[in-house]
Design a protein around this ligand. Structure first.
Ligand code: TYD
Ligand code: MG
Length: 442
């Protein structure tokens, strides 16, 4: 065409051949690598490569910075996954609101600018530098991002955006992969960090089948009961830090609030003399938690006693009950046993075994355990009390929270902690359930 139909100018039209549609399998993977393939790439010795510390910046939410390994790395791409309604959009919108002067482009394929504005008003904060775009076409998003040059790009969510070069519908495996790799190239080329939000499918994987996890630098998973108010943000993969980090948030009427000391919320205050309650010192990643365990043992009304556990593996509860029955002579077979982990959390750390056993015994004898006592040990099949890892950290956390006594396994190497100057907590090693009973209830 000689004359442009849009602006009316002559000879401004340039031919641009349409990009050949690549096959959805090999093509996208090859393109995701394209940002590092340049003509002057050659093998280099490690010593030749100059290392500069990756430059990080804080994104205003302390707990999130910590899970990322000390802030956001420039040019990195972070995937935040979680079930619908868990608070992914809320968390990502809180970043520009908390970090007043961070130039952010928040792209939403799910909400209109008005809805986002309403949410931002609810969350409070300033967010002077936050730009919002409601768009689902990848090419438009990239063009806007190149023009606006934000310091942080947020895509909510990766499943709602689509690229013209792929025929399948938004949210399909090939679309998600193609969009993620195009955003990856944008992140590496412009050195802009990108946060992708991903919905989790019913089977718990980030849709579709984990295809995004190997493309991105960091994968964070948002977990928790959407009915409860506590949320856990866990790092599953992190190219710039440890995956042992975890952050706890509370969903409030005005957004997510950081919970700096999770143990405090997990141990509710109540009267001292309740039987069936014991505190376990568990670890999640590298983070110690103290958590309340409640048990109720009552006579079984029907032939087969009921066993029910909330927040804990039912089979492990059965195992612990069998150990109590067989090795320690407690007659629990005719009793119903209910177990509950306070705070709606799920516990899988075996170090909670001793606290569970103690709470069951406490309920069975109807004798209370002082709320100043906690437990950290595993129980083996032969009734022995087994040692657990990182016992010093558990003891330190218990001491920090004002506990006066902690029961651990006598097989845990004599801890230097108990002899440390100025430590107030009494460390009591036990080697069997019978010894625990004598020490607790006599
Ligand atoms: P949302 O961030 O939309 O979840 P996602 O993007 O992961 O699907 O948040 C979902 C829930 O959070 C919603 O059901 C309401 C609740 N919520 C609050 O309790 N307080 C608030 O301030 C906000 C913004 C949301
Ligand atoms: Mg959302």
């Amino acid at each position: 065409m000689g004359r442009c139909p849009a602006c009316g100018e002559w000879n401004t039209m340039v031919e641009e051949p349409k990009a050949a549609k690549e096959s959805s399998s090999g093509g996208a993977a090859a393109r995701s690598r394209a940002f590092i393939s340049s003509s002057d790439a050659r093998p280099m010795k490690l010593q030749e490569i100059s290392s500069t510390d990756e430059s990080r910046f804080s994104i205003g939410i302390g707990e999130l910075d910590r899970v990322l390994g000390g802030g956001m790395v420039e040019g990195s791409i972070v995937l935040i996954g979680g079930e619908p309604g868990i608070g992914k959009s809320t968390l990502s919108l809180q970043i520009p609101l908390c970090c007043g002067n961070l130039k952010t482009l928040y792209v939403s394929g799910e909400e209109s600018p008005k809805q986002i504005k309403m949410r931002a008003e609810r969350l409070g904060g300033r967010g002077e530098e936050c730009m919002v775009l409601s768009e689902t076409l990848l090419e438009n998003i990239l063009a806007s991002a190149k023009e606006a040059k934000p310091q942080l790009l947020i895509i909510d969510s990766i499943q709602t955006i689509y690229s013209e070069s792929i025929e399948s519908s938004a949210g399909s495996v090939s679309q998600v992969r193609e969009c993620a790799s195009a955003l990856l190239r944008f992140a590496k080329e412009s050195n802009t960090p990108v946060i992708l939000i991903g919905h989790i499918t019913k089977d718990g994987t980030i849709a579709g089948p984990k295809i995004l996890e190997h493309i991105v630098d960091v994968v964070l998973q948002f977990e928790g009961d959407t009915k409860g108010s506590y949320r856990i943000l866990r790092s599953i993969k992190n190219r710039f830090g440890s995956t042992d980090e975890l952050a706890v948030f509370e969903m409030t009427g005005s957004g997510l609030r950081e919970v700096n000391n999770p143990s405090e919320i997990l141990i509710p205050a109540h009267q001292d003399d309740l039987s069936g309650v014991a505190i376990g010192a568990m670890m999640d990643g590298t983070r110690p938690f103290l958590i309340e365990i409640q048990a109720l043992v009552s006579s079984a009304a029907y032939g087969t006693p009921q066993r029910s556990a909330t927040g804990f593996d039912g089979r492990r509860l059965n195992m612990l009950l069998a150990v109590l029955e067989k090795r320690a002579g407690f007659k629990l077979a005719a009793k119903d046993v209910f177990l509950n982990i306070a705070g709606g959390l799920k516990v899988s750390d075996p170090a909670c075994d001793l606290a569970i056993v103690a709470s069951i015994l406490s309920s069975n004898f109807d004798l209370y355990i002082s709320p100043k006592i906690c437990f950290a040990a595993e129980v083996g099949l032969s009734g022995e009390i087994r040692p657990v890892s990182q016992v010093e950290r558990r003891i330190a956390e218990a001491e920090k929270l004002g506990f006066e006594q902690i029961y651990i396994s006598s097989f845990n190497k004599e801890t230097s902690f108990s002899k440390k100057n100025g430590s107030h907590i009494k460390v009591t090693p036990v080697n069997s359930i019978a010894a625990l009973c004598r020490s607790l209830f006599q």
